[in-house]
Design a protein around this ligand. Sequence first.
Ligand SMILES: Nc1nc2c(ncn2[C@@H]2O[C@H](COP(=O)(O)OP(=O)(O)OP(=O)(O)O)[C@@H](O)[C@H]2O)c(=O)[nH]1
Ligand SMILES: [Mg+2]
Length: 156
Amino acid sequence: MASNRNRIAMMGRIGSGKTSLRQRLMGEELKYEKTQQVIYTDNFVDTPGEFIEMSLWHSEIVNVTLDVGLVIVVNSAIDPQNSIRPNFVQTFNLPAIGVVTKIDLENANIKRSRRLLRYAGVNDKNIFEVSNVTGEGLDTLSEAVHRHIRLGEKHL
Ligand SMILES: Nc1nc2c(ncn2[C@@H]2O[C@H](COP(=O)(O)OP(=O)(O)OP(=O)(O)O)[C@@H](O)[C@H]2O)c(=O)[nH]1
Ligand SMILES: [Mg+2]
C-alpha cells in the first residue's frame, strides 16, 4: 500500500491560522478561506477547527493522522480558550510540532499559548512562534518541519 507519511496534519481551533500557515510553508500567497472540510494536498491534511472544538469530530482527527507523518498543533496567541484535552497528541504516536501564531498582534499572549500546547502534549522544544502575516519565525519553523517532511514532494 502507498505511504502517505510525507504529509502533515494541521490541527487547532477555528481561526487559529492553520490554513494560513499551510500557505506560508508552501510559499503561497495568503488567501483567507474558511476550511469547511478536510483538505488533502500533496503535503498537508488541513482540518476545520470544528474537528478540535466539537467532540463529535474527535474520531475524525484520529482517522486523519493515519495519513500523515507529522502533526502540527496550531494555537493562536490571541485566543484565551482551549479545546484540546491533556496529552492529546500522544494518542497518535507521531512526531508533533506546536505552533503559536499571531505573535504580531498587540494582545498576543505567547506564554499562554506555549502552556496550552505543552498541555496538549507537545514538547516545549518543539514549539515555535510565528506570524503568518509578517513572516516572523517561519524560517526556523520550516527547518524543523523539513526534518520530518519533504515539502514540495508528492507523497510516496
Ligand atoms: N495577524 C495575524 N493574523 C493571522 C495570522 N495567521 C492567520 N491570521 C488570520 O486569521 C484568520 C484565520 O486564519 P486561517 O488560516 O483561515 O485559520 P484556520 O485555523 O485555518 O481556520 P479554520 O479553517 O476556520 O479552522 C485569517 O483572517 C488570517 O488572515 C497571524 O499570524 N497573524
Ligand atoms: Mg482553515
